[in-house]
Design a protein. Structure first.
Length: 182
């Protein structure tokens, strides 16, 4: 279903639609004879399970455009986390309705993007959101705003463009779109 990683260890450029079950059984998770002996299949499975919890919550509030990438979609033995974004209406996000509705579903009340909610984690220079601390997944709402990431010319990128390029080196890479509510 997915092509092999490029020589740079990236998922080739493109959008790949996968169900969570397909993701669990894909080259992004499974150890093979071609993988490093330190390929951490169990950790990658745990990340997909954590992602599944958050996807089901998003689907419950009507959000079905969910995209994931980061080091998880790279040939990295032990990715730190899963990064991604989802598409939603600006008014639903800005009003706080989305955050309230999602926190009604999550027992840990992790849905917030308030910079004041970020906490340090040992060995990491960047403070992390509550969802990262609980699930090791960071999903950001996208409704047309810049991502905070710039292209090679210093121009701000929206999530769709930013998540389809490497942060360092600006190389094109693939992204996973999580297929419909399951």
């Amino acid at each position: 279903m997915l092509p092999e990683f490029t020589e740079q260890g990236l998922l080739p450029a493109g959008d790949y639609v996968m169900s969570l079950d397909q993701l669990r059984h894909s080259i992004l998770v499974k150890a093979t004879s071609r993988r490093s002996p330190t390929w951490d299949e169990q950790w990658r499975l745990q990340l997909v399970q954590n992602l599944s919890v958050l996807c089901h919550q998003l689907w419950s509030v009507g959000i079905d455009q969910i995209f994931v990438d980061g080091s998880f979609v790279e040939e990295k033995d032990h990715p730190n986390d899963i990064d991604g974004y989802f598409e939603c209406a600006a008014d639903t996000f800005i009003s706080g309705k989305l955050e309230r509705d999602l926190n009604l579903l999550d027992p840990h009340k992790i849905w917030t993007w308030d910079p004041a909610s970020r906490r340090p984690y040992r060995g990491y220079p960047k403070r992390q959101l509550p969802m990262w601390h609980q699930y090791r997944v960071e999903l950001y709402a996208h409704f047309g705003q810049p991502s905070g990431i710039q292209d090679e010319f210093g121009h701000p990128l929206e999530f769709p463009a930013a998540f389809r390029r490497t942060r360092f080196g600006n190389h094109p890479k693939g992204i996973i779109k999580i297929g419909g509510a399951q």
